[in-house]
Write a protein that binds this ligand. Structure first.
Ligand code: PGA
Length: 249
């Protein structure tokens, strides 16, 4: 089984006005000048998806959304569909991020429905899972994470390009990271579920690690068994930091 290229994806969250496209252009210029080992993607807020996709068109940096509605269209004020993201030039979408699971009560079933929407629109979903600190302290990490993987990944993903992102909630934006052994334990557990669900294909699905990834810790995290890339929040906002992570993949 050949190992797929790692994926380094930046999640800008609710950050970025038009001027921030300069950072995206700087990332793309460096990636295009010296193509890295990893695939690279940036996921700006919905308001910038179209402009970023236009700015980066034809280059080596893909553009993604951060969420989508499950329905293709309709009376859902304020929401954005997978088809709309694709129409703007996105090729990926982050789904089930813990900030959405916690802030908008997104269940595994809803994340699975959104995943089907992404597939319908031809987007590559990056499906996020991760335990809270209370769950880790209660020794429930593997149960929670494997449960989220089982519940959030519909069988229709078979044969499609997708990634899973393991993001411990307590490591997001905190500067804290699990030990390498803790990361490996969870990634190996996720891999086992992927293989159980998707057979040999599951062995090749990239499992990204996310949560306080920065240039100084990227190399050791990316070298952990079954870590197939990174989902990067804060450190993806500045081209220099993001490129420092990309260079270590
Ligand atoms: P962080 O965020 O890198 O700022 O910790 C990661 C994420 O939420 O995807």
């Amino acid at each position: 089984m050949t190992t797929p290229r790692p994926l380094i994806a930046g999640n800008w969250k609710m950050n970025g006005l038009e001027v921030a496209l300069d950072e995206a252009r700087a990332v793309a210029a460096a990636v295009d000048a010296q193509p890295p080992a990893a695939r690279v993607a940036l996921c700006p807020p919905a308001t910038l998806v179209h402009r970023m996709a236009q700015a980066l068109v034809g280059g080596g940096v893909a553009v993604g959304g951060q969420d989508c509605r499950a329905e293709a269209s309709g009376a859902f004020t304020g929401d954005v569909s997978a088809e709309m993201l694709a129409d703007c030039g996105a090729t990926l979408v982050i789904l089930g991020h813990s900030e959405r699971r916690a802030g908008y009560d997104e269940t595994d079933a809803l994340v699975a429905a959104k995943t089907l929407a992404a597939l319908r629109a031809g987007l590559e979903p990056i499906i996020c899972v991760g335990e809270t600190l209370a769950e880790r302290e209660a020794a429930r990490t593997l149960e929670i994470v494997t449960g989220q993987v089982r519940g959030s990944l519909p069988p229709e993903l078979a044969g499609k390009a997708f990634a899973v992102a393991y993001e411990p909630v307590w490591a997001i934006g905190t500067g804290l990271t699990p030990t390498l052994a803790q990361i490996e334990e969870v990634h190996v557990a996720i891999r086992a579920v992927l293989v159980e669900r998707f057979g040999a294909e599951g062995a090749g699905v990239p499992i990204l690690y996310g949560g306080s990834v920065k240039p100084s810790n990227a190399a050791e995290i990316l070298a952990v068994k079954d870590v197939g890339g990174a989902l990067v929040g804060g450190a993806s906002l500045k081209a220099e930091d993001f490129l420092g992570i990309i260079a270590r993949a």
